[in-house]
Design a protein around this ligand. Structure first.
Ligand code: NAD
Ligand code: DAU
Length: 341
């Protein structure tokens, strides 16, 4: 695999993955294909464009645009697609589910058709632990039934099923990874850790949904990247692999670690109205990926501390986002009433 098209590569995980792969594989060419929605930012790849000018290409495009997807594959002799492109925020999927179905389901279908048409060596789908639904006890294994509960999770589950259908029907060489909550550099400050870190730095309230006892497996994005790398190079075709630390913590515990790291008081915590249909717990069994020789480098608490410090040291990245009209409008819609109440 030498010419890899990374769809959604200008977003949070995609940009970290591109940086990681260019460094790890000096013989690989990486092409980022991204629509640049509110979450996709060329700033996330500024250093990459400078350091790897000979092996990094950017194409602005929508994964739903069949003609441009095909033209890009043909022109750049792509042999592998890794699909990160998606609408990704659960709260936004509760406000407006349409774009989630369009990109996460229809867009996946367009990429699969192109992968089939051009006889690609690999199609890899980036999926999520949310497809299993909430897991009140035990840990989700890859063959567990899917039970998504939000429009975001349902659209991702549909994408997964379509990927598997292309493998069964036409032998398309696919793999899927299902990651837990990623945290780290360049995450749009709508997801909880980036939001809370940047709010805390500004001494603004941290809106904890419900009782804050929901559990998540907060993994560092670099561990997710090494997990995807392991599956790309050692994973079985048609197989699914969970990627996470394999342990969980409550949101309130995460919030307190973050505040302690930044030296901010717990009085910033505000318990606000819960997210509708809020999944109580996600937990992954990651033994299948570990059997490929992969291991995570960071425990959840270390990942949270490391992430909080990055936001403290990189205000120039997130301040323009948070002060922009688009973000302010979203923040007011999602939080103004909650925080007033
Ligand atoms: P993100 O929202 O930061 O980035 C998504 C990227 O996709 C953006 O660059 C955006 O411009 C691009 N995009 C959106 N619609 C597009 C379209 N129609 N055509 C082309 N590009 C489009 O998301 P992220 O957190 O980096 O997530 C990346 C992938 O990982 C997603 O598939 C998501 O479901 C999955 N995932 C995320 C997490 C997490 O915790 N963030 C965990 C597990 C899996
Ligand atoms: O589990 C993987 C998923 O993790 C990814 O597939 C999604 O793309 C990603 O957005 C993330 O989904 P979550 O809904 O778990 O992440 P979020 O950061 O939105 O919320 C994490 C937890 O924090 C969740 O229990 C809700 C809670 N929360 C979130 C926000 C934004 C709050 O308490 N307050 C908030 O303001």
């Amino acid at each position: 695999m030498r010419h890899i098209m990374v769809t959604g590569g200008a977003g949070f995980i995609g940009s970290n993955f591109v940086r990681y792969m260019l460094h790890a594989y000096p013989e690989y060419v990486l092409l980022v294909y991204d629509k640049l929605t509110y979450a996709g930012r060329l700033e996330n790849l500024e250093d990459v464009a400078k350091s790897y000018a000979d092996r990094y290409v950017f194409v602005k495009g929508d994964i739903c645009d069949k003609d441009l997807v095909e033209e890009t594959i043909r022109t750049h002799q792509i042999d592998t697609i890794i699909n990160f492109a998606a609408e990704t925020h659960v709260d936004r999927s509760l406000m407006a589910p349409g774009s989630f179905i369009q990109t996460d389901v229809y867009g996946t279908y367009v990429l699969l058709e192109a992968a089939r048409e051009f006889d690609l060596e690999r199609y890899h789908q980036i999926s999520t632990d949310e497809v299993y639904g909430q897991v009140l006890e035990g840990h989700s294994r890859e063959d567990d039934p899917l039970a998504p509960r939000s429009p975001y999770a349902a659209s991702k589950a549909s994408g997964d099923l379509m990927v598997l259908a292309y493998h069964e029907s036409w032998g398309l060489p696919v793999t899927i990874t299902r990651g837990s909550n990623n945290i780290g550099p360049y995450q749009y400050p709508e997801k909880v850790v980036a939001l809370f870190a940047t709010n805390a730095i500004d001494d603004a309230p941290l809106p904890v949904y419900g009782d804050g006892q929901q559990m998540r497996d907060y993994q560092h994005v670099l561990d997710h990247c090494t997990g995807i790398d392991a599956v790309l190079h050692k994973g079985g075709l048609g197989e699914i692999y969970n990627v996470g630390t394999g342990s969980e913590m409550t949101n309130i515990a995460m919030t307190k670690i973050l505040l302690a790291t930044l030296g901010k008081p717990e009085s910033l915590i505000r318990y606000v109205e819960d997210r509708p249909g809020h999944d109580r717990r996600y937990a992954l069994d990651v033994s299948k990926l570990r059997a490929l020789g992969w291991d995570n480098a960071y425990a959840c608490d270390v990942a949270i501390e490391k992430t909080a410090r990055w936001y403290a040291q990189n205000e120039a990245w997130w301040r323009p986002i948070k002060s922009g009209e688009l973000y302010q409008t979203y923040y007011a819609k999602q939080y103004a009433q909650r925080l007033e109440a």
